[in-house]
Ligand binder design. Structure first.
Ligand SMILES: C[S@@+](CC[C@H](N)C(=O)[O-])C[C@H]1O[C@@H](n2cnc3c(N)ncnc32)[C@H](O)[C@@H]1O
Length: 329
């Protein structure tokens, strides 16, 4: 079995290079032989190659708990997270407060568990108007990545841009709805616009994003996915940048969408479809979001017929992230 043998001090740089070339073999362990390190590979590279005398296979069933069994106390082991998000080659993990003093050990163990990943981030929350993640790097350093989902590529800096794993089903559902002209009012890096353009046949997707960093990634992702002729990015606030009377479909994928319902509804042609997102207290699901859509339409001398109701995910205790689909006349 093939490997690259390098001095210890060069091992991390070479490991990252092999990862970026896509030839690092995660099924075998990295072996230290004195001052030399053997990095398992699946294919030839610019580095000299050796045949390993004694390759060590990685046990696919190793768990985070097993990796940390001799490092953490029994009490700490009981608090370990059971899941985490993998965005491209970045791991994002929530660590309970009492365990955060062990964050670096947990970060290193997570990288060992997922050898194709280069960095682990501890998630502390999502803040502000741009929905920026508040994260701390706990292993590795580079936070730039390309995440692949539903046949689309999303380039982003995971320390500055969020990517909600809980919205995957909604992103997949909407990817099939790209007909006519679509306005994506809170486009981010193209979460909805790119899959629609890739998988359906929209005439145009107008993607509006206010955060300059997210907008730059949106532009890069449009090119990366080859949908330049379809997705038209607009940098700015959808309060003033949303076009009027042009859309067959409007996506309002923000928890602030309520404040922009006038713009969303005005963007629609008669008979067009609105996808309105909201975080709603359990007791008001779906009464409040339906009420808001219907009343907003009436105020604009339009009418809304509710055609779909979906719970996307539990947002916080007692609060749901929901989406209401409405046909607006
Ligand atoms: C992070 S996304 C929501 C998550 C996304 N739907 C998903 O599937 O993961 C919301 C985006 O709306 C942008 N945004 C917030 N207010 C805006 C506004 N008034 N106009 C345009 N974009 C806005 C934020 O910068 C952010 O990029």
């Amino acid at each position: 079995m093939k490997a690259v043998r390098v001095p210890k001090e060069e091992a991390e740089t070479v490991r990252k290079r092999l990862l970026s070339l896509g030839v690092f073999d995660p099924s075998r362990k990295i072996i230290q032989n004195g001052e030399l390190i053997e990095l398992p590979i699946t294919n030839t590279t610019e580095y000299d190659m050796i045949e390993q005398d004694r390759p060590i296979m990685r046990n696919a069933k190793v768990t985070l708990l097993q990796l940390l069994a001799n490092v953490l106390s029994r009490d700490e082991l009981g608090k370990l997270p059971h899941g985490w998000q993998i965005l491209g080659d970045i791991i994002i993990v929530n660590i309970p407060t009492p365990l955060q003093k062990r964050k670096y050990e947990i970060g290193r163990a997570l990288l060992e568990l997922h050898p194709r990943c280069k960095t682990a981030l501890m998630m502390k929350g999502v803040t502000g108007r741009y929905r920026e993640p508040d994260v701390e790097t706990i292993a590795g350093d580079d936070t730039h990545t390309i995440h692949k989902e539903n046949g689309c590529l999303f380039k982003l800096d995971a320390s500055k841009i969020m990517f909600s794993k809980g919205n995957l089903d909604e992103r997949t559902r909407l990817s099939k709805f790209g007909q006519g002209i679509v306005v994506d009012m809170f486009a981010g890096i193209g979460y909805f616009s790119i899959p629609m353009a890739v998988h359906s046949n929209p005439k145009k997707v107008i993607a509006i994003e206010v955060n300059p960093l997210a907008y730059n990634y949106l532009c890069e992702n449009i090119a990366l996915n080859g949908v330049e002729g379809i997705v038209q990015p607009i940098q700015g606030d959808c309060l003033s940048m949303t076009p009027v009377g042009v859309a067959d479909r409007v996506i309002m994928g923000s928890f602030e969408a309520f404040h922009y319902l006038k713009q969303g509804i005005n963007a629609l042609k008669s008979g067009g479809t609105l996808h309105y997102h909201e975080t709603t207290p359990e007791k008001l699901v779906f009464e409040r979001p339906i009420g808001r859509v219907v009343e907003s339409a009436e105020k604009l001398d339009r009418s809304a017929k509710i055609i779909g109701l979906n719970k996307i995910k539990k947002y916080s205790p007692g609060v749901w992230h929901v989406v209401v689909d409405a046909q607006v006349f």
